[in-house]
Design a protein around this ligand. Structure first.
Ligand SMILES: Cc1cc2nc3c(=O)[nH]c(=O)nc-3n(C[C@H](O)[C@H](O)[C@H](O)COP(=O)(O)OP(=O)(O)OC[C@H]3O[C@@H](n4cnc5c(N)ncnc54)[C@H](O)[C@@H]3O)c2cc1C
Length: 391
């Protein structure tokens, strides 16, 4: 395996680095660097800066704003975004519904939605999961019944991330209850201001409001908002979920946070005299995590090098599994470095305790989600066992 970038790819990396660190507002990047919550406006602004330069949706077809880059260049783009603390373009728009509409949507749907989706003029939410349909997604029960030119939708979705900002939601709905469960599902695009649609917040353990329940009571949806044909929703969902797992191992961001953590460890006094970083047990945790991240980075590059036609490689499950485990391990190390200060998450910004220490426990708690969403890690293990190990 060749580990060095070609001169052209190295120049491309410099170009990305230069753009991200000079064109995306510093205040937005500082928010990411310090692990503070981004506002909706910051996420939108950052994506618009990228989109204006053709850098928001490189994975889309070129005619809709994508870039004809190699898989390696897309990987470099993604790594450099994270390194520069630029928010990744909103996944619901850029990685999920955009490619789906470009692939399955009618010309009318493409014209109507793709430019606004790339520019984040429309904020999309993902309405797949239901209380009894997460890993077993095909069991979903929300119904859509055809009535004249509309579908009438009834049911409940759950865990809808950032649904409080959503303008539109792409949903999987049951259009035929009589056939095998995978064959009776369709995808509908629903305006979230439709009468009968209610978004209710779910409060999380870290105190944040990131996910919601979405209820549909006799919501009328024009039939032209169907993506593809009726009852092919399962094929669309598989296409979308395959894309969802690409880029799920946030190696660049985890490396950056681990490097920051090293800085924190240098500032803290250890129990044996010197700094915490000089404590052999702490130092060995850093070394172990750095090595594992390096191995993951090399694996990610191998996957990128072998992915054909932009199709997700089965090894993306390995990246999801290991990437989220390392994300969680690094957040745990930061809590340990903060020590008792990690309990002070309620203290305000006027506290004498450093912000990173106060934010360490909420971040640790929030990251428990990483091994659940995008397909739980137990399910990833099953995919690895079946498709890679042939068990
Ligand atoms: C923070 C967060 C944000 C989310 N955002 C969204 C969103 O925006 N839109 C959306 O549609 N969904 C979203 N989800 C839902 C997410 O996709 C599901 O939570 C996930 O697919 C798991 O489904 P479940 O919660 O129903 O758990 P279940 O499927 O009930 O699983 C419960 C446990 O059983 C295990 N398990 C299940 N099946 C198997 C199996 N076959 N073999 C071994 N173990 C198994 C699971 O791994 C898990 O540990 C989000 C979830 C979280 C936590």
């Amino acid at each position: 395996m060749k580990l060095e970038l070609s001169a052209e790819d190295a120049a491309f990396r410099e170009e990305m680095r230069d753009f991200f660190t000079t064109e995306v507002p510093q205040e937005i990047r500082d928010t990411v660097r310090e692990g503070r919550e981004l506002s909706k406006e910051q996420i939108v602004e950052s994506q618009r800066v990228l989109n204006a330069a053709g850098l928001a949706v490189p994975n889309w077809p070129v005619e809709w704003g994508g870039q004809d880059w190699s898989a390696l260049r897309r990987h470099i783009w993604h790594e450099e975004l994270q390194r520069a603390c630029v928010p990744i373009p909103l996944a619901f728009n850029a990685s999920m519904i955009g490619p789906v509409i470009a692939h399955f949507g009618s010309e009318e749907l493409k014209q109507r939605f793709l430019p606004q989706t790339a520019n984040l003029d429309i904020w999309w939410s993902q309405g797949f999961s239901e209380p009894d349909a997460g890993s077993d997604l095909a069991s979903l029960r929300t119904t859509a019944v055809r009535d004249g030119d509309d579908y009438v939708v009834n049911g409940q979705k759950t865990w809808t991330t950032l649904g409080q900002y959503g303008d539109w939601i792409f949903t999987l709905v049951r259009t035929d209850p009589e056939v095998k469960k995978q064959r009776g599902i369709s995808m509908l695009l629903i305006d979230m201001t439709s009468p009968g649609l209610t978004v209710r917040p779910i409060e999380l353990i870290d105190g944040g409001h990131e996910v919601n329940e979405v209820w549909f009571e006799d919501v009328r949806v024009p039939a032209e908002n169907l993506v593809g044909e009726e009852n092919i929703g399962w094929d669309i969902a598989k296409f979308l979920l395959g894309n969802e797992r690409v880029g799920v191992a946030p190696v660049g961001a985890t490396k950056r946070i681990l490097a920051q953590a090293k800085g924190f460890a240098k500032e803290q006094r250890g129990s044996r005299g010197g700094t915490l970083l000089e404590d052999p047990l702490v130092a060995s945790r850093f070394v172990e995590l750095e090595n594992e991240l390096l191995a993951l980075e090399l694996t990610a590059l191998r996957v990128v090098a072998h992915s054909a036609d932009g199709k997700p490689h089965p090894a993306s499950s390995v990246l999801k599994l290991k990437g989220t485990e390392l994300q969680q391990a690094v957040s745990e190390l930061v809590v340990d470095l903060a020590g008792p200060a990690s309990l002070a998450s309620g203290a305000g910004d006027d506290s004498a305790l450093p912000g990173w220490a106060r934010r360490s426990t909420p971040t640790y708690l929030n990251l428990r989600k990483a091994s659940i969403y995008g397909g739980s890690n137990e399910v990833q293990r099953q995919i690895i066992a079946r498709t890679i190990l042939g068990l």
